[in-house]
Ligand binder design. Structure first.
Ligand code: 5GP
Ligand code: MG
Length: 184
């Protein structure tokens, strides 16, 4: 896998240090009591696992599977909820975690749904946020790193299902992306 990486953008030690700070900020900001965390699968898994172990609070974890179709041929911008049951969030303060804020459509749709389900408050955390205009008006309360508008993998983020377990965030070699697209 390492051979497929053109450049490491954020290495493991830097991510870990940043997660310490994010966890501290979340502990300070959230009202005392149990924190309800919603993890967007699969991309936010690695980030959430490492972040939540730094938070010394009772935590309830829920996961959501969503599919977002945007860019390319499927530009409808809709987000589908794939789970049969939606987590019970009525009256609760929720922390929603995703891997990366790109167009913003995913977070926007999930936040709207959480409000529709009666959540008392929705806060959002992402490992990465791309420095670009968003298609949907949304920002994250906790951002690990701002990055340029390029495709990244690792630390939970995939390309064709691969690279999620890389311990850093990196950029793929053009040849790897080209080969994947030809085979797709
Ligand atoms: P948005 O709805 O904000 O456009 O996109 C969010 C989702 O798109 C993320 O959860 C992630 O799955 C995917 N995504 C956006 N940018 C990247 C990227 O640079 N690399 C990878 N691997 N996925 C991305
Ligand atoms: Mg994703």
């Amino acid at each position: 896998m390492r051979n497929d990486i053109e450049r490491v953008l954020i290495d493991e030690a830097v991510i870990e240090k940043r997660l310490d700070a994010m966890a501290g900020a979340i502990e300070r900001d959230f009202p005392q009591g149990t924190l309800v965390v919603i993890i967007l699968l699969k991309g936010a898994l690695v980030f959430a696992a490492d972040l939540l172990r730094r938070i010394a609070r009772p935590i309830e974890i829920e996961c959501l599977n969503v599919a977002s179709y945007h860019g390319g041929t499927q530009s409808s911008g809709t987000v589908d909820f794939l789970d049969r049951q939606f987590p019970e969030v009525r009256g609760r303060h929720v922390l929603l975690l995703d891997d990366i804020l790109d167009t913003g459509r995913t977070l926007h749709a999930v936040i709207a749904r959480l409000h529709a389900e009666g959540a008392a408050a929705v806060h959002t955390g992402v490992l990465l946020a791309k420095d670009k205009a968003r298609a949907a008006a949304v920002s994250a309360d906790y951002v690990g790193f701002e990055i340029g508008d390029e495709f990244v993998v690792g630390y939970g983020l995939d390309y064709l299902g691969k690279y999620r377990n890389l311990p850093y965030v990196g950029v793929l070699k053009a040849a790897v992306v080209g080969a994947g697209e030809a085979g797709a």
